[in-house]
Design a protein around this ligand. Structure first.
Ligand code: GLC
Length: 426
């Protein structure tokens, strides 16, 4: 497949998953709007339909909560093909949403789409309208998920990370009880191979946390302290820091001084705090279990995704070494877990497979830091994966086997973005 054909296929995927004012990640498995899927998918649309790209992000932020949170799923139209649906969450919104959030990549997307827009008048109007909302979301994070002001926010549910069943959560998640979780029927395993999905035991704990938060009325002034699961993820924090930095930069150029100043301060504090997560032993950042007060020695992609943030140059250099090392033990970069670790599973979701969105964010961070060689390898691997196995949700880093859902929106969007913005061999 040449690049033009690839882009044509990718646009077809986006158009098939387009529901007018938002896209679904894929038909069947994920029939609603997902937060970070939308922000990243907008990058793909922007190359050929800027108004549609802006609409995607606008729709997402239309469902922001009064306290500033932007929810992880918006249940625009009923669909009983997904569990847990609106009745399980019980958030009481007119258009139902979940009560947790997802990686705040929207600030990065808005700046990127704005800065390369052909229609700069539209881009200016959209950015002015969207930045205050995104800024309120960022402030919500530091207020509600970092109540002690450490500079790092905690996740209260693995689904907030976007890396649902990562090895990173295993020990902390084991402490989440399952009492009182009634019988339920999973829907995901009807759409995708159960061997590629989280286990039933994990699903019970996912639901226990939802029930706990619901019993507290989804009051974000209470959830952080009440949750038995409180994990600081370097990848998630890197996305938040990068988004604050991008918002600071764009807001300054648009004359939105207050937002620029506050965003810059949040980003600076976050970058400094990230140092506490560095592991010399693994050569990457680690998660921190805030409930137990200890680092989690798990060799996952979360600690490599930190390259997306403006971290110090010597840390970038070390992360490049880490990625090179991973490249020696798999065929396609970047595995979501180190293939040499005993927990590695090349087919199971976030416990080994390659995800194009992560590859893109890591490569973007490395590009900003002036790295070159490793980016060629990462981007080349992305294209080979799609050529071999199509626009799957994720791929096995050794065999390239396509896994999870097929015809996947953000995988397609990433191909459009990568082919337009990185120099990749034809
Ligand atoms: C899965 C992924 C998550 C993504 C969602 C929709 O839950 O782990 O990151 O947002 O699917 O694609």
């Amino acid at each position: 497949m040449n690049h033009d054909e690839m882009i044509r296929h990718a646009r077809q995927v986006l158009s098939d998953n387009d529901r007018g004012a938002y896209t679904v990640p894929t038909h069947g498995l994920y029939p609603f709007q997902w937060n970070w899927d939308s922000a990243l998918s907008a990058l793909g649309f922007a190359h050929y339909d800027e108004p549609r790209a802006w609409t995607e992000i606008e729709t997402l932020l239309d469902h922001q909560w009064d306290d500033g949170m932007v929810p992880h799923i918006i249940f625009h139209a009923p669909d009983d093909g997904y569990f847990p649906g609106p009745e399980v969450w019980g958030t009481g919104r007119a258009v139902p949403t979940t009560g947790i959030t997802q990686p705040p990549v929207a600030g990065f997307a808005v700046r990127r789409i704005h800065d390369r827009a052909r229609d700069s008048a539209l881009a200016g109007r959209q950015a002015r309208a969207l930045l205050p909302k995104i800024h309120a979301w960022h402030q919500w994070f530091y207020r509600c998920r970092d109540p002690e002001g450490t500079g790092l926010v905690a996740l209260l549910h693995p689904w907030e990370s976007g890396r649902d069943n990562s090895v990173d959560w295993d020990d902390a998640f084991d402490r989440v009880p399952i009492d009182g979780v009634g019988e339920f029927t999973r829907r995901d395993t009807a759409h995708a191979n159960p061997a590629h999905r989280p286990t039933d035991g994990q699903y019970k704990r996912y639901i226990w946390l939802v029930q706990k938060f619901k019993s507290l009325g989804w009051d974000n002034t209470k959830l952080h302290d009440a949750s038995p699961f409180k994990v600081v993820d370097p990848g998630f924090n890197a996305i938040l820091i990068r988004a604050c930095e991008d918002v600071a930069d764009l807001a300054a150029r648009l004359g939105m001084e207050e937002i620029a100043k506050e965003s810059r301060a949040m980003a600076d504090k976050g970058v400094a705090a990230m140092e506490s997560l560095w592991s010399d032993e693994l050569g990457q950042y680690l998660c921190y279990d805030r409930a137990e007060g200890k680092l989690i020695p798990s060799a996952s992609i979360g600690g490599v995704l930190a390259a997306f943030a403006p971290i110090p140059k010597h840390r970038i250099t070390a992360l490049v070494r880490r990625i090179e090392e991973l490249g020696e033990v798999c065929n396609y970069l970047i595995p979501s877990h180190d293939p040499r670790a005993p927990e590695f599973d090349g087919l199971r979701y976030w416990r080994g497979p390659v995800w194009l969105i992560v590859n893109f964010m890591v490569a973007d961070g490395l590009q900003r830091a002036g790295e070159r060689e490793i980016i060629d390898r990462i981007m080349g691997d992305c294209l080979r994966l799609i050529e071999t196995s199509g626009f799957a949700e994720y791929h096995d880093p050794v065999t390239a086997e396509p896994c999870g859902g097929a015809h996947f929106t953000w995988t397609a969007a990433m191909i459009i973005e990568i082919l337009h913005t990185f120099e990749v061999a034809a």
